[in-house]
Design a protein around this ligand. Structure first.
Ligand code: NAI
Length: 306
């Protein structure tokens, strides 16, 4: 296999001043990419601003012979970050939506600000950056986008209702972009990483953090961002040198006579079948989802975009 390189490619990485993003930035630059190191330089729980955070990563990259530019805009102003790529490097090829903050709180104490901040940074931030990049990726017939979700979004996690909602929102966002981008060779995938960083150093013990190096996440992000990659619309759990792909599983269906309907009591007595996953399959598209119902109901159930 030939070396995966990014010569001539321009990569925007949000939140690249620390943790995972910083590791990606160095790895892309080592392989020839021109990198926009975006970071607001704020606090882990949001708030604050420090342009020296992004600049420090750029200084490391340039000292190692790489090419990078610092950008300290918030992802909420995503168009400015993309404009920075265009102004400095004349193009944009890869977007790594990585910036993130945490504002954990049990749901009964969660404030509007806790909820809104997480949505603004994770979901709206990724939307703003990606929307600004999208026309360029489509027009040039090459683009790679990586979203950063989280196991907390996929499975739920105590005290993280705001984070979980935003993170799984990013996956839904990615799935539609994957469908819309495919014909223009714009591929969109999602990772749910685990790595030592300032976001995890307060919740994981030191000996665990030592094995969860961000360098063990970066190879997946680089592969997904490369010309070698042809996968899109996929979700991966990644960390500590372990990578797995996630997909949906649908249980065998309970089916009742369409004209007659059924009662909650009938459903209760059949409930164990749903719980057992007997006869399960793995739907991958809305068409797969609708086909099951359409087949049973004897109708051609298809969405027609208006
Ligand atoms: P980190 O705190 O080390 O890095 C996140 C960076 O994003 C920080 O440098 C921060 O200044 C920057 N940032 C925050 N708000 C910003 C904004 N509005 N505009 C631009 N930059 C902003 O955290 P880490 O762990 O490297 O996280 C990276 C991503 O991975 C985040 O999206 C996080 O939610 C996600 N993640 C991390 C996990 C882990 O185990 N470390 C687990 C699951 C998801």
């Amino acid at each position: 296999m030939s070396e995966i390189r990014f010569d001539g490619r321009v990569v925007v990485i949000t939140g690249a001043g620390n943790g995972l993003g910083r590791t990606y930035a160095r790895a892309f630059a080592e392989r020839g990419a021109k990198v926009v190191v975006n970071d607001l330089g704020g606090l882990a729980k949001g708030g604050g601003q420090d342009p020296s955070v992004a600049q420090a990563v750029v200084d490391q990259i340039t000292a190692a012979g790489g090419e990078a530019v610092a950008n300290a805009d918030s992802v909420e102003d995503g168009a400015k970050i993309v404009q920075c790529a265009l102004d400095h490097f004349g193009r944009i090829d890869v977007v790594i939506n990585n910036a993130g903050v945490l504002r954990d709180s049990v749901f009964h104490k969660m404030t509007d600000e806790d909820w809104d901040l997480l949505n603004r940074v994770h979901l709206q931030g990724a939307f703003r950056v990606t929307r600004a990049a999208w026309p360029h990726l489509r027009a040039q017939g090459f683009g790679r986008v990586v979203m950063t979700a989280s196991g907390a979004g996929v499975y739920g996690n105590f005290g993280q209702a705001n984070y979980a909602a935003a993170k799984l929102g990013l996956f839904g966002f990615a799935q539609t972009l994957a469908i819309e981008g495919r014909s223009r060779n714009v591929l969109v995938n999602t990772i749910a990483p685990v790595a030592a960083s300032r976001l995890t150093e307060t919740v994981l013990p030191k000996e665990v953090l030592e094995v969860l190096k961000p360098e063990l996440v970066a190879p997946l992000v680089l592969l997904l961002s490369s010309e070698t990659n042809s996968s899109t619309g996929q979700l991966f759990e990644v960390g500590g040198g372990c990578i797995a792909r996630l997909r949906w599983q649908r249980s065998g269906a309970l089916t009742y006579e369409t004209g007659r309907g059924f009662t909650p009591e009938q459903l209760a007595s059949d409930w164990a079948k749903l719980q057992s996953f007997a006869g399960a399959d793995n739907p991958a598209t809305v068409a797969d989802s609708f086909a099951l119902i359409g087949r049973h109901a004897g109708v051609n159930l298809q969405l027609t975009p208006q």
